[in-house]
Design a protein around this ligand. Structure first.
Ligand code: ADP
Ligand code: GLC
Length: 529
C-alpha cells in the first residue's frame, strides 16, 4: 500500500457527514450554493470522508441524474411534522417520503434525494415557472430538515448514521433546532450528531408568520426572541445560528461583516454573541470544471503558456452577442443573479458614462424584472456596445469567463463570490468592490502590487456610481498597457483556489463541533445577547 496515502489517512479524522442543501450542481442550481454543494463534498471525499449529500428530488434534478434508484421509504413521526396541519389545498398529508440514490457526476459522492409531492413541481427550487415564489417554501424546506433528522438519528432504516449534520443556508436552518430537541429527549445515551451550519447569504433569512410557525407544529417554547421569533415572525436562519454547534460563513471578511449592523440584518448581536463558535472559511472552486485548459464549453482552450488563444474566445463571445469584432476594445463580462446584492443598479445609474469609454459589455443573468428591463433599454440604445442574455445558461457562463477581458462584480455585499475566482483562473481581470469574499480574494492593481506581482484585479471601495466609472476607466487604461495587463492575467492565473486547504478547515470545524456537542449545554433562552 502507498505509504504516503497511509500517512494522510492517519492525519485526518474520518467522519460520516450528512451534507444538507437545497441546491446541488448539476442537478439543481440557482447560484453559488449549488457549486459549493458539489465541490466541497467532492473535496471532503478526497480527504477520505464518508459524505452523503441530501437534497429534495425536484423533477429537474431527478431528470438530470444518469442512474437513480429507490433505496428506502421513511415514515415520518406523527407529531411535529408539517403534514397534519395547514398544508395548501390539494397536497394532503405527508406521512412518508421515498429516498432515491444517485452519485455526483465524476465522483464517488453519494446523493440522496427526497421524493415527495412537495418537491414535484416544475420551475426552480424556490420559484414556479412564472417566477412566483412557492407559497409553501416553509413546509417544503421544513420537510428537508425533518427527513435529515430521521436519517441523522438512525430512524430511516438506511443503516448509516452521520457524526456530523452540515446544513447550508436558511433552508437547512431547522436542523440544529430539531437535533437539540433530540438531545433533550434522549440525552447523552442516544447521542445526536454534531451540527454545523454554513451561512452562504445572510440576506435570505427564511422568515415566515406565526401562523406558519403553528402550522409547522414547532414547539411553542421556541417562540421567544432568543430562539426562533424574529420581530413578530420567525426565521429559519435564526434557528441555524442559535442552535448549531458551530456556525461558519464562506469568507473570513464576511464572518466579521455580519457581526455589524450593516450586514447582520438584525442578527448582528446574536452573531457577535456566538462569535466564539463563528468562523469564516473561504470557498474553493472545482478545478476540473473551471479549467481553461480543458473546458469543453469554450471555443479554444488555453493556459498561461498559450494566452494568445484566449482571444479566440473573445471573438466567439462577440459573435455570440452580435457585437462588432473589435480586438482592441476592452470586453467586460458579467454573469449574475440580477439583484440588488450584485450592484447592477450601480452600473445602470452610470451607464451613460461607462459606455463613453472604449468598452463593450455583455451580461448574462436573470432576476429583478425592473433591472432586466433597464438593461434592455440600454441595449436598444447602444446595441454595438452592450448586449444581454436573460436567463440561465451554463455554457455561456463559461464562454464569458474565457472570452471577456475583465469581469464586473460591483457587489454591495458578497459572502464569498465564485465568479471572481473563475475569472482569476481564466485570466479575466476581476473588477470588484472591496467587500466580503471579494476583498479576501482579489488584490488591487496598485503600483506597488503590480511591481511585486501580487496584483490580480481592480478593487474599489465605495458602493457608488463614480467609483465604478473610475474603476472601469482604470481598467481600460491598464488594458492599453499590454505588458502590465499580461502580468495581471498571469498573477491571477497563478493563484491557488482549489478546495484543498478549505476542505481541511471544514474537517477542523467538524472536530470542534463534535467537541462542543460533547460539552453539551442546553442553549438556554435566558442567555442574553
Ligand atoms: P451567488 O451565489 O450570490 O449567485 P456566486 O458568485 O457565488 O454568486 O455564484 C454564482 C454562480 O451561479 C456561478 O457559478 C455563476 O456562473 C452562476 N450563474 C449565475 N447566474 C447565471 C446565469 N444566468 N447563467 C449561468 N450561470 C449563472
Ligand atoms: C451565496 C453568496 C455568494 C457565495 C455563494 C456560495 O449565494 O451570495 O457570495 O459565493 O453563496 O457560498
Amino acid at each position: 500500500m502507498n505509504s504516503k496515502k497511509n500517512k494522510t489517512a492517519q492525519k485526518n479524522p474520518q467522519y460520516k457527514i450528512l451534507f444538507v442543501s437545497s441546491e446541488l450542481h448539476p442537478f439543481a442550481k440557482t447560484g453559488g450554493l449549488g457549486d459549493v454543494s458539489n465541490s466541497l463534498p467532492k473535496a471532503l471525499k478526497d480527504l477520505e470522508q464518508d459524505i452523503i449529500v441530501l437534497i429534495p428530488a425536484y423533477p429537474f434534478a431527478v431528470q438530470k441524474a444518469e442512474s437513480i434508484k429507490y433505496i428506502a421509504k421513511i415514515n415520518l413521526p406523527a407529531k411535529g411534522f408539517p403534514g397534519h396541519l395547514g398544508l395548501p389545498a390539494g397536497i394532503g398529508k405527508i406521512n412518508s417520503v421515498a429516498i432515491l440514490e444517485t452519485t455526483l457526476p465524476g465522483s464517488q459522492v453519494k446523493v440522496w434525494m427526497i421524493e415527495s409531492e412537495l418537491y414535484n413541481r416544475p420551475g426552480t427550487p424556490y420559484f414556479d415557472e412564472n417566477n412566483i415564489e412557492f407559497e409553501d417554501n416553509d413546509f417544503r424546506f421544513a420537510l428537508l430538515n425533518y427527513v435529515a433528522v430521521e436519517i441523522a438519528m438512525g430512524r430511516a432504516g438506511l443503516n448509516w448514521r452521520p457524526d456530523i449534520v452540515h446544513g447550508n443556508d436558511w433552508q437547512a436552518g431547522l436542523l440544529g433546532v430539531l437535533l437539540e430537541h433530540e438531545h433533550e429527549q434522549s440525552g447523552i445515551e442516544k447521542i445526536r450528531p454534531a451540527s454545523v451550519f454554513t451561512i452562504h447569504n445572510m440576506a435570505h433569512m427564511g422568515i415566515f408568520s406565526s401562523d406558519r410557525f403553528n402550522a409547522l407544529e414547532l414547539s411553542p417554547h421556541l417562540w421567544n426572541h432568543h430562539e426562533l421569533e424574529f420581530h413578530g415572525d420567525f426565521s429559519f436562519i435564526k434557528g441555524g445560528l442559535v442552535f448549531s454547534d458551530r456556525v461558519n460563513t464562506v469568507s473570513p471578511s464576511y464572518a466579521k461583516e455580519i457581526q455589524t449592523e450593516e450586514f447582520g440584518y438584525g442578527l448582528s448581536g446574536l452573531l457577535s454573541y456566538r462569535s466564539e463558535r463563528l468562523s469564516g472559511i473561504l470557498n474553493g472552486i472545482d478545478m476540473n470544471e473551471w479549467n481553461p485548459e480543458k473546458d469543453t464549453m469554450i471555443k479554444k482552450n488555453y493556459s498561461i503558456k498559450t494566452l494568445d488563444d484566449k482571444r479566440l474566445n473573445k471573438s466567439a463571445l462577440q459573435k455570440h452577442f452580435n457585437l462588432p469584432a473589435k480586438k482592441k476594445t476592452l470586453l467586460l463580462g458579467m454573469v449574475a443573479r440580477l439583484v440588488y446584492q450584485k450592484g447592477v443598479d450601480l452600473i445602470l445609474e452610470n451607464m451613460e458614462e461607462i459606455l463613453e469609454l472604449p468598452v463593450q459589455i455583455v451580461v448574462l443573468g436573470s432576476g429583478d424584472l425592473e433591472l432586466e428591463s433597464r438593461l434592455r433599454r440600454w441595449v436598444s440604445r447602444h446595441p454595438e456596445k452592450i448586449q444581454i442574455q436573460l436567463g440561465y445558461d451554463e455554457s455561456l457562463s463559461h464562454l464569458i469567463e474565457a472570452g471577456a477581458d475583465a469581469f464586473l462584480m460591483p457587489s454591495r455585499f458578497e459572502p464569498c463570490g465564485l465568479n471572481q475566482l473563475y475569472s482569476l483562473r481564466y485570466g479575466t481581470i476581476p473588477i470588484v468592490r472591496e467587500t466580503g469574499g471579494l476583498a479576501d480574494t482579489v488584490t488591487h492593481a496598485s503600483k506597488e502590487n503590480l511591481a511585486d506581482h501580487s496584483a490580480t484585479g481592480i478593487v474599489f471601495h465605495e458602493a457608488n456610481g463614480s467609483t465604478i466609472v473610475d474603476a472601469i476607466t482604470l481598467t481600460s487604461l491598464l488594458y492599453q498597457n499590454e505588458v502590465a495587463w499580461k502580468k495581471l492575467m498571469i498573477n491571477g492565473m497563478n493563484q491557488e483556489f482549489s478546495w484543498k486547504n478549505s476542505a481541511r478547515q471544514y474537517l477542523k470545524l467538524y472536530t470542534q463541533a463534535i467537541e462542543d456537542r460533547n460539552k453539551y449545554q442546553k442553549h438556554a433562552p435566558e442567555m442574553f445577547w
